[in-house]
Write a protein that binds this ligand. Structure first.
Ligand code: P6P
Length: 339
């Protein structure tokens, strides 16, 4: 834990000052994302209350349409991105196609909308009624095209090209984790001041862990290599730290966040039903992989670094093995040996 009373915005400005060529646009963009997530946090925390107070159904007490929370989160993020002026395209789990955004003409000049954002606006939202932690995941790239609204080429870049990535977990408290390539830093939302305050700096994930996260209900559909890995870590062998403990919430951001702090490996393999895996490359696997590598961990699809996968489409799925370095390497070993 750190004892610096430092806001998220102050932290990103200090990061920006390390780059003399920085224009401040990325800092503003990240601040805009944090603002949107503060609004989402308010709604997520009210969601239970809305149900309790009987505002469910098509209209709330103000006669407004009560949106599904993930649609609400998507609308807020998209709106803030459009008004911010730094984005040429927004891609979202909730949108079939990317949303191209024109440059804005402000103070008698065109703003250079030089970034692209991918979002999973509210991952795990099906868990909200059970009061399980859910999250927003974001990923930021620099555009490839020169000007005007963004193109599909701007949106389909490999994860290694990300300039920033992060998530906000809406749990007992709302916490924001982000990286711009200089380590992973964690902030806790203090609702009384309405700021994300620095709580952990330069987080490092333990190299080896004793936690694995997988939906064992899919065991009959797994490949031989995954079955062999999971059986291996369940065996009793004190010297090699086995058996591991099983921790699976079924909400990616919650499972990832716990493993980042405590050590652990999360698996969502391809199987006979989800032959390319279930999770999405551009707005789940890539941002979390940038974060985990910046924290000293590893992330792979079983054959290669997630960050080096060449995307073919916006909603592409991928197998995902992410977390403590030694554990991910062990999975890759079992997969390489499966006959
Ligand atoms: P399963 C939630 O629906 C989600 O997209 C991720 O947040 C989570 O890790 C995964 O799916 C859970 O999938 O098949 O285990 O329910």
């Amino acid at each position: 834990m750190v004892n610096k009373f430092k806001t998220f915005y102050r932290h990103i400005i200090e990061e920006e000052r390390k780059y003399p060529e920085a224009t401040g646009q990325l800092s503003d963009l990240l601040a805009d994302i944090a603002l949107a997530c503060k609004v989402i946090s308010l709604e997520v925390n009210r969601a239970g209350l809305i149900d309790i107070l009987g505002f469910t159904g098509e209209e709330n007490i103000q006669g407004e349409q009560v949106k599904k929370l993930d649609v609400f989160a998507n609308d807020i993020l998209t709106h803030v991105m459009k008004q911010g002026g730094h984005i040429c395209a927004v891609c979202s789990e909730e949108e079939e196609n990317f949303i191209p955004i024109e440059e804005q003409f402000t103070d008698n000049k065109f703003m250079s909308n030089k970034y692209v954002c991918h979002f999973d606006p509210l991952d795990g939202s099906s868990n909200i009624e059970a009061n399980v932690s859910i999250g927003t995941i974001f990923s930021v790239y620099k555009r490839i095209s020169k000007s005007g609204p963004g193109s599909l080429e701007d949106c389909l870049q490999r994860g290694v090209s990300q300039v920033a990535a992060g998530y906000v977990i809406y749990g007992s408290s709302s916490m924001l984790a982000y990286t711009t390539g200089n380590g992973v830093h964690l902030f806790t939302l203090d609702p009384s001041v309405g700021e994300f305050l620095l709580s952990n700096e330069n987080i490092k994930i333990p190299k080896k862990s004793k936690i694995y996260s997988v939906n064992e209900g899919n065991q009959s559909k797994w490949s031989k290599g995954i079955n062999n890995f999971v059986s291996y870590i369940k065996q009793n062998d004190k010297d090699s730290g086995r058996p591991y403990s099983s921790r699976y919430i079924g909400s990616l951001v919650a499972d990832f966040h716990r493993n980042l702090l405590y050590g652990g490996v999360f698996l969502y393999p391809a199987d006979s039903k989800n032959t390319s895996g279930k999770l999405r490359l551009m707005y789940e696997a890539n941002p979390l992989s940038f974060i985990v590598e910046q924290a000293g961990g590893r992330s792979s699809d079983g054959k290669q670094r997630i960050l080096e996968v060449t995307p073919e489409n916006l909603h592409q799925r991928t197998p995902l093995f992410i977390g403590s370095e030694d554990d991910v390497k062990l999975i890759e070993k079992f997969l390489s040996e499966e006959k």
